[in-house]
Write a protein that binds this ligand. Structure first.
Ligand SMILES: CC(C)(COP(=O)(O)OP(=O)(O)OC[C@H]1O[C@@H](n2cnc3c(N)ncnc32)[C@H](O)[C@@H]1OP(=O)(O)O)[C@@H](O)C(=O)NCCC(=O)NCCS
Length: 170
């Protein structure tokens, strides 16, 4: 189901039919390096992750992570962007990931701007945060370009590294 459109992208809810794409995305080198190895290695595990993650989030909060489809390539799935409510963080956070060949082409910025707009206008959120590894300079640049500012260091996940928390008031 389409939730928004930008110049180059269609932003839609992820479904179980996107399991192949999700499996590819979560195993790209930068996902593994900067987000982590989710141990999703089979189509079945990808379907399970979509069911327990994306679909559950849409149902519980009305929002979640969306697929980004590139209009000029026959609506090919090229990445994800969306909103997530984590138990360990007070505010909803924004996240994004592109397939390697679509990084650095402005798609993250284009999609995130629309997602931030939806966060305010559709989901009535007044503050959005984002967490990133301090070494993820591409993510930090994108967050700053979107108008988020560094707020503090956090450790939202047990046994994990310290992350930087960025925030924006909508
Ligand atoms: C982080 C990520 C989503 C950025 O999305 P993107 O579509 O590549 O970002 P954009 O092209 O919109 O770039 C936004 C800004 O970030 C910087 N940037 C992003 N990717 C870059 C790259 N590959 N090389 C150089 N600069 C880059 C630039 O400053 C750019 O601004 P500019 O276009 O005015 O120069 C993407 O690099 C990615 O998928 N990384 C792997 C997954 C990940 O780390 N997700 C974030 C977890 S916190």
């Amino acid at each position: 189901m389409k939730i928004a459109e930008t110049n180059r992208l269609i932003i839609s809810k992820i479904t179980l039919d996107d399991a192949n794409f999700f499996l590819e995305l979560v195993n790209t080198p930068n996902w593994i390096k900067y987000i982590g190895d989710r141990q999703i290695k089979t189509l079945k595990q990808a379907q399970q992750a979509i069911k327990n993650g994306h679909l559950k989030s849409y149902q519980t909060y009305g929002f979640g992570f969306y697929k980004l489809q590139l209009k000029e390539e026959n609506n090919k799935n090229i990445g994800t962007c969306g909103l997530i409510k984590r138990e360990s963080l007070e505010h909803v956070d924004i996240g994004f990931a592109m397939l390697p060949e679509y990084e650095g082409k402005g798609f993250g910025f284009e999609a995130s701007q629309t997602i931030l707009n939806l966060a305010k206008e559709k989901f009535n959120l007044d503050k959005i945060v984002a967490i990133t590894l301090p070494t993820n300079t591409n993510s930090i640049k994108l967050l700053e370009k979107l108008g988020l500012s560094f707020e503090k260091r956090v450790k939202p996940f047990e046994d994990d590294e310290e992350l930087l928390l960025f925030a924006i008031d909508l």
